[in-house]
Design a protein around this ligand. Structure first.
Ligand SMILES: NC(=O)c1ccc[n+]([C@@H]2O[C@H](COP(=O)([O-])OP(=O)(O)OC[C@H]3O[C@@H](n4cnc5c(N)ncnc54)[C@H](O)[C@@H]3O)[C@@H](O)[C@H]2O)c1
Length: 255
Protein backbone atom coordinates (compact mmCIF):
# COMPACT_ATOMS: atom_id res chain seq x y z
CA UNK A 1 0.00 0.00 0.00
CA UNK A 2 1.38 3.41 -0.92
CA UNK A 3 0.41 6.91 0.15
CA UNK A 4 1.11 9.46 2.87
CA UNK A 5 -0.22 7.14 5.60
CA UNK A 6 0.85 3.81 4.14
CA UNK A 7 0.61 1.10 6.77
CA UNK A 8 -0.72 3.40 9.48
CA UNK A 9 -3.52 2.24 11.73
CA UNK A 10 -5.93 5.02 12.76
CA UNK A 11 -8.80 5.40 15.17
CA UNK A 12 -11.17 8.07 13.87
CA UNK A 13 -13.97 9.41 16.09
CA UNK A 14 -16.76 11.80 15.14
CA UNK A 15 -18.43 10.43 12.00
CA UNK A 16 -22.18 11.07 12.06
CA UNK A 17 -22.87 12.10 8.42
CA UNK A 18 -20.79 12.19 5.26
CA UNK A 19 -20.42 15.94 5.89
CA UNK A 20 -18.58 15.23 9.18
CA UNK A 21 -14.97 16.40 9.09
CA UNK A 22 -14.13 12.93 10.44
CA UNK A 23 -15.69 11.30 7.39
CA UNK A 24 -13.35 13.23 5.09
CA UNK A 25 -10.41 12.32 7.33
CA UNK A 26 -11.33 8.61 7.22
CA UNK A 27 -11.89 8.67 3.45
CA UNK A 28 -8.64 10.49 2.63
CA UNK A 29 -6.73 8.35 5.13
CA UNK A 30 -7.90 5.16 3.45
CA UNK A 31 -7.09 6.61 0.04
CA UNK A 32 -3.61 7.29 1.36
CA UNK A 33 -2.89 3.82 2.64
CA UNK A 34 -4.20 3.84 6.21
CA UNK A 35 -6.32 1.22 7.93
CA UNK A 36 -9.21 2.97 9.69
CA UNK A 37 -11.32 1.98 12.68
CA UNK A 38 -14.22 4.32 13.47
CA UNK A 39 -16.02 5.07 16.68
CA UNK A 40 -19.63 6.17 16.70
CA UNK A 41 -21.78 7.87 19.30
CA UNK A 42 -25.52 7.37 19.76
CA UNK A 43 -27.02 6.50 16.41
CA UNK A 44 -24.71 3.57 15.63
CA UNK A 45 -26.76 2.18 12.76
CA UNK A 46 -26.50 5.58 11.04
CA UNK A 47 -22.73 5.69 11.59
CA UNK A 48 -22.45 2.14 10.21
CA UNK A 49 -24.44 3.17 7.15
CA UNK A 50 -22.16 6.17 6.56
CA UNK A 51 -19.08 3.97 7.15
CA UNK A 52 -20.16 1.82 4.21
CA UNK A 53 -19.71 4.88 1.95
CA UNK A 54 -15.96 4.87 2.62
CA UNK A 55 -13.65 3.40 -0.02
CA UNK A 56 -13.11 0.41 2.33
CA UNK A 57 -15.78 -0.68 4.81
CA UNK A 58 -14.55 0.37 8.26
CA UNK A 59 -15.53 -1.25 11.56
CA UNK A 60 -17.46 0.96 14.00
CA UNK A 61 -16.99 0.76 17.77
CA UNK A 62 -19.48 2.44 20.08
CA UNK A 63 -17.91 5.26 22.09
CA UNK A 64 -19.53 7.88 24.27
CA UNK A 65 -16.53 9.86 25.49
CA UNK A 66 -18.33 10.62 28.75
CA UNK A 67 -18.72 6.91 29.56
CA UNK A 68 -15.96 5.47 31.79
CA UNK A 69 -17.05 1.95 30.71
CA UNK A 70 -16.74 2.75 27.01
CA UNK A 71 -13.34 4.36 27.56
CA UNK A 72 -12.07 1.46 29.69
CA UNK A 73 -13.11 -1.08 27.05
CA UNK A 74 -11.93 0.87 24.00
CA UNK A 75 -8.41 -0.58 23.62
CA UNK A 76 -9.68 -4.18 23.71
CA UNK A 77 -12.39 -3.40 21.18
CA UNK A 78 -9.89 -1.71 18.84
CA UNK A 79 -7.55 -4.73 19.20
CA UNK A 80 -10.25 -6.90 17.61
CA UNK A 81 -9.52 -5.02 14.35
CA UNK A 82 -5.89 -3.79 14.50
CA UNK A 83 -2.87 -4.79 16.59
CA UNK A 84 -1.92 -1.21 17.48
CA UNK A 85 -2.59 2.45 16.67
CA UNK A 86 -0.37 4.97 14.92
CA UNK A 87 -2.89 7.77 15.13
CA UNK A 88 -6.05 8.91 16.91
CA UNK A 89 -8.41 11.57 15.58
CA UNK A 90 -10.61 13.47 18.02
CA UNK A 91 -13.41 15.07 15.99
CA UNK A 92 -15.96 15.51 18.76
CA UNK A 93 -17.82 18.54 20.02
CA UNK A 94 -21.10 19.23 21.74
CA UNK A 95 -22.66 21.99 23.84
CA UNK A 96 -26.26 22.24 25.06
CA UNK A 97 -28.28 24.97 23.34
CA UNK A 98 -28.13 27.25 26.41
CA UNK A 99 -24.35 27.51 25.91
CA UNK A 100 -24.56 28.81 22.34
CA UNK A 101 -26.08 31.60 20.27
CA UNK A 102 -25.57 34.45 22.75
CA UNK A 103 -26.45 32.55 25.92
CA UNK A 104 -23.07 33.07 27.57
CA UNK A 105 -24.31 35.08 30.57
CA UNK A 106 -27.20 32.75 31.42
CA UNK A 107 -26.00 29.20 30.68
CA UNK A 108 -26.17 27.11 33.88
CA UNK A 109 -23.07 25.29 35.14
CA UNK A 110 -24.59 21.83 34.44
CA UNK A 111 -24.82 22.68 30.73
CA UNK A 112 -21.37 24.28 30.66
CA UNK A 113 -19.99 21.20 32.41
CA UNK A 114 -21.46 18.99 29.69
CA UNK A 115 -19.87 21.14 26.98
CA UNK A 116 -16.49 20.96 28.68
CA UNK A 117 -16.67 17.23 29.37
CA UNK A 118 -17.60 16.30 25.80
CA UNK A 119 -15.57 18.91 23.93
CA UNK A 120 -12.47 19.46 26.10
CA UNK A 121 -11.80 16.80 28.75
CA UNK A 122 -12.59 14.07 26.23
CA UNK A 123 -9.45 14.92 24.28
CA UNK A 124 -7.37 13.66 27.19
CA UNK A 125 -9.80 10.80 27.96
CA UNK A 126 -9.68 9.51 24.39
CA UNK A 127 -5.89 9.75 24.19
CA UNK A 128 -5.48 7.86 27.47
CA UNK A 129 -7.97 5.18 26.41
CA UNK A 130 -5.99 4.63 23.20
CA UNK A 131 -2.54 4.94 24.78
CA UNK A 132 -2.05 1.21 25.50
CA UNK A 133 -2.12 0.67 21.72
CA UNK A 134 0.26 3.50 20.85
CA UNK A 135 4.03 3.78 20.68
CA UNK A 136 6.73 6.29 19.72
CA UNK A 137 5.89 8.07 16.47
CA UNK A 138 2.17 8.00 17.24
CA UNK A 139 0.00 11.09 16.91
CA UNK A 140 -3.21 12.49 18.35
CA UNK A 141 -5.02 15.12 16.27
CA UNK A 142 -8.10 17.17 17.20
CA UNK A 143 -10.28 19.88 15.67
CA UNK A 144 -10.65 23.36 17.10
CA UNK A 145 -12.26 26.64 16.08
CA UNK A 146 -9.78 29.48 16.73
CA UNK A 147 -10.24 30.17 20.44
CA UNK A 148 -7.98 33.21 20.70
CA UNK A 149 -11.03 35.44 20.16
CA UNK A 150 -14.54 35.76 21.58
CA UNK A 151 -16.95 35.10 18.70
CA UNK A 152 -20.51 36.52 18.67
CA UNK A 153 -22.48 33.25 18.97
CA UNK A 154 -19.91 30.62 19.97
CA UNK A 155 -20.06 31.44 23.70
CA UNK A 156 -19.24 28.47 25.99
CA UNK A 157 -18.15 26.37 23.01
CA UNK A 158 -15.44 28.98 22.53
CA UNK A 159 -14.37 28.49 26.14
CA UNK A 160 -14.42 24.72 25.58
CA UNK A 161 -12.21 25.15 22.51
CA UNK A 162 -9.78 27.38 24.43
CA UNK A 163 -9.59 24.55 26.96
CA UNK A 164 -9.08 22.02 24.17
CA UNK A 165 -6.21 24.06 22.78
CA UNK A 166 -4.60 24.12 26.20
CA UNK A 167 -5.33 20.43 26.79
CA UNK A 168 -3.56 19.60 23.53
CA UNK A 169 -0.46 21.45 24.72
CA UNK A 170 -0.56 19.58 28.04
CA UNK A 171 -1.01 16.28 26.25
CA UNK A 172 2.01 17.20 24.12
CA UNK A 173 3.91 17.85 27.34
CA UNK A 174 2.91 14.64 29.09
CA UNK A 175 3.10 12.25 26.12
CA UNK A 176 6.21 13.76 24.55
CA UNK A 177 8.51 11.47 26.55
CA UNK A 178 6.82 8.51 24.89
CA UNK A 179 7.36 10.05 21.46
CA UNK A 180 3.65 10.74 20.96
CA UNK A 181 2.60 14.05 19.40
CA UNK A 182 -0.58 16.09 19.98
CA UNK A 183 -1.68 18.71 17.48
CA UNK A 184 -4.88 20.51 16.46
CA UNK A 185 -6.33 21.77 13.22
CA UNK A 186 -8.23 25.07 13.55
CA UNK A 187 -10.80 24.80 10.78
CA UNK A 188 -12.91 27.59 9.37
CA UNK A 189 -16.73 27.20 9.38
CA UNK A 190 -18.07 24.05 7.68
CA UNK A 191 -21.72 23.03 7.32
CA UNK A 192 -21.93 19.97 9.55
CA UNK A 193 -24.52 18.83 12.10
CA UNK A 194 -22.43 20.37 14.91
CA UNK A 195 -22.23 23.69 13.07
CA UNK A 196 -25.93 23.77 12.25
CA UNK A 197 -26.74 23.40 15.95
CA UNK A 198 -25.21 26.84 16.62
CA UNK A 199 -27.87 29.57 16.32
CA UNK A 200 -26.41 32.40 14.25
CA UNK A 201 -23.74 30.23 12.64
CA UNK A 202 -24.50 32.02 9.36
CA UNK A 203 -22.60 35.03 10.74
CA UNK A 204 -19.40 32.97 10.55
CA UNK A 205 -20.31 31.79 7.09
CA UNK A 206 -20.83 35.33 5.80
CA UNK A 207 -17.65 36.65 7.43
CA UNK A 208 -15.44 33.87 6.06
CA UNK A 209 -16.91 33.92 2.61
CA UNK A 210 -16.42 37.69 2.38
CA UNK A 211 -13.02 38.03 4.04
CA UNK A 212 -10.83 34.93 4.01
CA UNK A 213 -7.80 35.89 1.90
CA UNK A 214 -7.82 32.56 0.02
CA UNK A 215 -11.62 32.40 -0.12
CA UNK A 216 -13.50 29.74 1.79
CA UNK A 217 -15.87 26.90 0.91
CA UNK A 218 -18.41 26.08 3.63
CA UNK A 219 -18.98 22.62 2.19
CA UNK A 220 -15.46 21.41 1.44
CA UNK A 221 -14.12 19.42 4.39
CA UNK A 222 -11.10 18.21 2.46
CA UNK A 223 -8.65 21.04 3.31
CA UNK A 224 -9.15 20.45 7.06
CA UNK A 225 -8.95 16.68 6.54
CA UNK A 226 -5.74 17.01 4.53
CA UNK A 227 -4.12 18.92 7.40
CA UNK A 228 -5.19 16.18 9.82
CA UNK A 229 -3.53 13.60 7.56
CA UNK A 230 -0.35 15.65 7.37
CA UNK A 231 -0.17 15.89 11.17
CA UNK A 232 -0.82 12.14 11.49
CA UNK A 233 1.91 11.38 8.96
CA UNK A 234 5.66 11.12 9.42
CA UNK A 235 6.11 14.57 7.88
CA UNK A 236 5.70 16.49 11.16
CA UNK A 237 8.00 14.36 13.33
CA UNK A 238 9.18 17.23 15.55
CA UNK A 239 5.90 19.16 15.84
CA UNK A 240 3.69 18.87 18.89
CA UNK A 241 1.43 21.20 20.88
CA UNK A 242 0.81 23.04 17.60
CA UNK A 243 -2.35 24.48 16.03
CA UNK A 244 -2.50 24.58 12.25
CA UNK A 245 -5.08 27.00 10.85
CA UNK A 246 -7.05 25.73 7.88
CA UNK A 247 -9.34 28.70 7.47
CA UNK A 248 -8.44 30.34 4.17
CA UNK A 249 -6.17 32.67 6.15
CA UNK A 250 -9.01 34.35 8.08
CA UNK A 251 -7.14 34.25 11.41
CA UNK A 252 -4.26 36.24 9.97
CA UNK A 253 -6.18 39.34 8.97
CA UNK A 254 -7.73 42.20 10.95
CA UNK A 255 -11.23 42.65 9.65
N1 LIG B 1 -18.03 22.50 11.42
C1 LIG B 1 -17.27 23.53 11.75
O1 LIG B 1 -17.50 24.68 11.34
C2 LIG B 1 -16.07 23.31 12.64
C3 LIG B 1 -15.04 24.26 12.64
C4 LIG B 1 -13.95 24.06 13.47
C5 LIG B 1 -13.89 22.94 14.28
N2 LIG B 1 -14.93 22.03 14.26
C6 LIG B 1 -14.83 20.88 15.13
O2 LIG B 1 -14.73 19.71 14.37
C7 LIG B 1 -15.12 18.60 15.17
C8 LIG B 1 -16.08 17.72 14.38
O3 LIG B 1 -17.29 18.41 14.17
P1 LIG B 1 -18.04 18.46 12.77
O4 LIG B 1 -18.12 19.89 12.41
O5 LIG B 1 -17.46 17.49 11.83
O6 LIG B 1 -19.53 18.05 13.16
P2 LIG B 1 -20.27 16.63 13.30
O7 LIG B 1 -21.59 16.95 13.90
O8 LIG B 1 -20.26 15.92 12.00
O9 LIG B 1 -19.34 15.84 14.33
C9 LIG B 1 -19.42 16.02 15.74
C10 LIG B 1 -19.29 14.63 16.32
O10 LIG B 1 -19.23 14.67 17.76
C11 LIG B 1 -19.82 13.46 18.18
N3 LIG B 1 -20.14 13.47 19.61
C12 LIG B 1 -20.96 14.34 20.26
N4 LIG B 1 -21.06 13.96 21.57
C13 LIG B 1 -20.27 12.84 21.72
C14 LIG B 1 -19.97 11.99 22.82
N5 LIG B 1 -20.48 12.19 24.04
N6 LIG B 1 -19.11 10.95 22.60
C15 LIG B 1 -18.58 10.72 21.39
N7 LIG B 1 -18.84 11.48 20.31
C16 LIG B 1 -19.69 12.54 20.48
C17 LIG B 1 -21.06 13.33 17.30
O11 LIG B 1 -21.57 12.02 17.31
C18 LIG B 1 -20.49 13.74 15.95
O12 LIG B 1 -20.04 12.59 15.24
C19 LIG B 1 -15.72 19.19 16.45
O13 LIG B 1 -14.73 19.20 17.46
C20 LIG B 1 -16.03 20.61 16.02
O14 LIG B 1 -16.10 21.51 17.11
C21 LIG B 1 -16.01 22.19 13.44
Amino acid sequence: MSGLLAGKRLLVTGVITDASIAFSVAKLAQENGAQVVLTGYGRLSLVERIARRLPEPAPVIELDVTSPEHLAGLADKVREHVDGLDGVVHSIGFAPQSCLGGGFLDAPWEDVATALQVSTYSYKSLAMAALPLMSAGGAVVGLTFDATKAWPVYDWMGVAKAGLESASRYLALHLGKQGIRSNLVAAGPLRTIAAKSIPGFDQFEDAWTARAPLGWSLTDQEPAARACLALLSDWFPATTGEIVHVDGGYHAIGA
